[in-house]
Every structure is written in structure tokens, then in C-alpha cells.
Design a protein around this ligand. Structure first.
Ligand SMILES: NC(=O)C1=CN([C@@H]2O[C@H](COP(=O)(O)OP(=O)(O)OC[C@H]3O[C@@H](n4cnc5c(N)ncnc54)[C@H](OP(=O)(O)O)[C@@H]3O)[C@@H](O)[C@H]2O)C=CC1
Ligand SMILES: O=C(CO)COP(=O)(O)O
Length: 345
């Protein structure tokens, strides 16, 4: 039995607490809101995020970070990516021994253009972080909490740490693979939210399955193009954390990114949409980072760019779709053609 502290008692933190409790671990779930910690302890329920799920006694909730984290062997970081620096800045004051840090967040920080593992490396003193592992894949909290079959990937520069986390989380309902390509895993997880917002928008505009299939396929091409330019393994994008997560997020009503896009496509304003969600929509912030990264690495990301114009420059979604469809002719496999031509010359 391991002592695991989960930082963030939202949808994903709570669903992962259930997985770890099912596996017999001692789970401490930290919420920055006292009322939520109290509700979990007293009513065995998280009514805002997973209202229909009963929480076992093996999950104890804490409002004080110190109590949740000070003697944990594993820290699972499950707050929205924009809160990571603040939360880690606080938690590191309370750790006495080095811990394995597992992050489950899908985002890229605008301006610094850091991936979550890079932010954590900056925020956690080296002597306190035994290992850093990313756990990512197609996994909506609503389905994980019902113990529906789910597959994810554990990724770390240290293969033994990836296997340790695989063992920690894996059970009959929750199957965990390993993949050492931390850049590819994080980029797939972060960028799929950008494409899912676009997929929600086309659904909101009333377009059908053809548009959705186009967005998933050409979206994956953009994700792989940028992710590979940043050092990710191109093969990772055809795995669970690439196409797998892209499919689930673009097609599921559970997806907050898809739902937010859907409302935008129906004509609602961005701020109104975000206010109505009540949960994090990571793709909005990541769309800004993707725009900056595409410029930095000089890669073409027309879908991400169209979404950026809708989100941050008030472009009408229909105009964005029209301009995407009206671009000049190109070869579907242009990246492949470039690679082959470079090899021949
Ligand atoms: N939901 C899912 O199915 C999955 C989510 N993820 C990723 O996991 C991460 C967390 O997402 P998710 O759990 O869904 O998000 P939710 O919006 O469901 O929950 C976020 C939690 O973080 C808390 N929080 C917000 N801001 C802060 C802060 N500044 N300090 C401390 N706590 C804060 C919220 O508290 P409050 O209630 O007070 O707002 C809430 O408890 C995201 O990066 C997401 O992409 C990954 C895979 C699946
Ligand atoms: O990452 C997720 C599923 O794998 C959750 O996606 P949303 O944040 O869009 O709900």
C-alpha cells in the first residue's frame, strides 16, 4: 500500500482517487476549497464534479496541503495547468522526503511555452522530486469513475518510474501502458484540446461527420508536425496519447473542450461559455501557446490558427471555416513528400 496525495479534487483528481483506492492505496485528496473537502469526508460524495458516484472510505479529503502531502510517497498533480506553479510553490514547503510526482494535466503555458513537466521541473527542487511521470490518454473522468474500460500511458525519462506508476494505477478497468516519449505524450495530450474545441465549433455550426473526420485527421497532422519538431517521436501521435485522446475528446459529450466549442459554434461569446462550464477548458489557453509555438518552430497549423482567430480576434466561426476550406491546393502527405525529397537531394 502506497500513500498517495492527489492535488486537485476536480473531476480527474477524484476519478483517479477512486482508481488508487480500488487498488488498495491510502489516498489523500486535496481540495483548495474547504467545503468540498468536508463534503467528501462527511457525505462520501463530490457533488460538483462527479455527482452520481459514491466515494469509498479509503479516500480521505484534506483542505490543508501540509496534511495531505507531507508524508506521501507519490504526488498526483491534477489541478488546471494554470494553477500548477502556485500549488507546487506551496506544496514543496511541506515535503520532507523525495516523492514521485505524477502529473495528469493537459496544457502548455503561453509565453514561456513550457510543457507541464518543464514547469514541474522548475517548481520542484531537484532533491525533493525522485521521479517525474506523465499519465495521459483517452480517459474521461465520468467513465473512469464508473469503472468502464479505459487505457492510458505512463511516460517518464526513467523507465523504472514509468513502470512504478503503471503498477500503481493499473487494474482490471484501467489499463496502463508505458512510453518513454514524454514530449510526444505531453504534446498530444495538450494539443488535442485545441482540435476538440474546433470540432465542437463545427458541430455547433451544424456541420456533420465529414467535417468532424476532417478535423480529427488534419488535426492529427498538425499535432504530429509540431510535436515532432519539438522532439517528440512521430509514432507516439498514432498511439493512445495522440489519436486515441484526439478521438475521445472530439467525439464525446463528456469533453469540456468539445462542449465549449459547440457553444461557440452556436454563437455564444467566449467569456459567457467559460463562465457557464464551471470546469477547466484547457484548450483555450493552449490555443494561444500553439499559435506561439507554430511561429517559433515554423510549422503550419492552419486549424489551430483558425481557432486562435476565433478565440482571440473575434473572428466568426463560419468565416474561420470558410477561410480554412478556401486555402490553396496542397498534397495530403506534404510532410512525407518533403522528407522524401530531402532524402533524394
Ligand atoms: N476531466 C477529465 O476527464 C480529465 C482531465 N484531465 C486534465 O486534468 C487536469 C485537471 O482537470 P479536471 O480535474 O478535469 O478539472 P476540473 O475543472 O474538473 O477541476 C479542477 C480542480 O482544481 C481546482 N482548482 C482550480 N484552480 C485552483 C487553484 N488555483 N489552486 C488549487 N486548486 C484549484 C478546482 O477547484 P474549484 O472547484 O474550487 O474550482 C477543482 O477542484 C486538466 O489539465 C485536464 O486537462 C486529464 C484527463 C482526463
Ligand atoms: O483529456 C480528457 C480526456 O482524455 C478530458 O477532456 P476535456 O478536458 O475536454 O473534458
Amino acid at each position: 500500500m502506497k500513500k498517495a496525495a492527489i492535488l486537485g479534487a476536480g473531476s480527474w483528481g477524484t476519478a483517479l482517487a477512486l482508481v488508487l483506492a480500488d487498488n488498495g492505496h491510502d489516498v489523500r485528496l486535496w481540495s483548495h476549497r474547504k467545503s468540498l473537502a468536508d463534503e467528501i469526508n462527511e457525505r462520501r460524495q463530490n457533488s460538483k464534479y462527479l455527482p452520481d458516484i459514491g466515494l469509498p472510505d479509503g479516500i480521505r479529503a484534506f483542505h490543508q496541503l501540509k496534511e495531505a502531502a507531507e508524508d506521501a510517497a507519490v504526488l498526483v498533480v491534477a489541478v488546471p495547468s494554470k494553477a500548477i506553479r502556485e500549488v507546487m510553490g506551496e506544496v514543496r514547503k511541506h515535503l520532507k522526503e523525495p516523492v514521485t510526482v505524477v502529473h495528469v494535466c493537459k496544457g502548455i503555458e503561453p509565453d514561456s511555452l513550457k510543457r507541464v513537466s518543464e514547469i514541474l521541473t522548475e517548481e520542484m527542487p531537484e532533491e525533493l522530486m525522485k521521479d517525474l511521470v506523465v499519465l495521459s490518454g483517452p480517459s474521461h473522468a465520468e467513465e473512469v469513475s464508473l469503472r468502464h474500460p479505459t487505457t492510458v500511458t505512463s511516460s517518464s525519462l526513467n523507465p523504472e518510474a514509468a513502470e512504478y506508476v503503471q503498477e500503481l494505477f493499473m487494474n482490471q478497468h484501467f489499463r496502463v501502458y508505458t512510453n518513454p516519449d514524454i514530449i510526444g505524450v505531453e504534446m498530444g495530450g495538450a494539443l488535442k484540446n485545441v482540435i476538440a474545441l474546433a470540432a465542437g465549433i463545427t458541430d455547433g455550426l451544424g456541420y456533420g461527420d465529414n467535417a468532424k473526420a476532417a478535423l480529427i485527421t488534419r488535426g492529427l497532422a498538425e499535432i504530429a508536425r509540431l510535436g515532432s519538431a519539438m522532439g517528440g517521436n512521430p509514432l507516439t501521435f498514432s498511439g493512445l496519447t495522440g489519436i486515441g485522446d484526439l478521438i475521445v475528446t472530439c467525439t464525446s459529450v463528456h469533453s469540456r473542450n468539445w462542449r465549449a466549442g459547440n457553444l461557440l459554434g452556436k454563437g455564444h461569446e467566449l467569456q459567457e461559455v467559460l463562465d457557464s462550464m464551471g470546469m477547466v477548458v484547457e484548450g483555450v489557453r493552449t490555443a494561444k501557446a500553439a499559435h506561439q509555438l507554430a511561429e517559433k518552430y515554423e510549422v503550419k497549423m492552419p486549424i489551430a490558427e483558425a481557432l486562435y482567430q476565433v478565440l482571440f480576434h473575434n473572428q466568426h466561426p463560419k468565416t474561420a471555416v470558410d477561410s480554412l476550406m478556401g486555402r490553396g491546393r496542397t498534397h495530403e502527405m506534404e510532410d512525407l513528400v518533403n522528407i522524401m525529397e530531402n532524402r533524394l537531394t
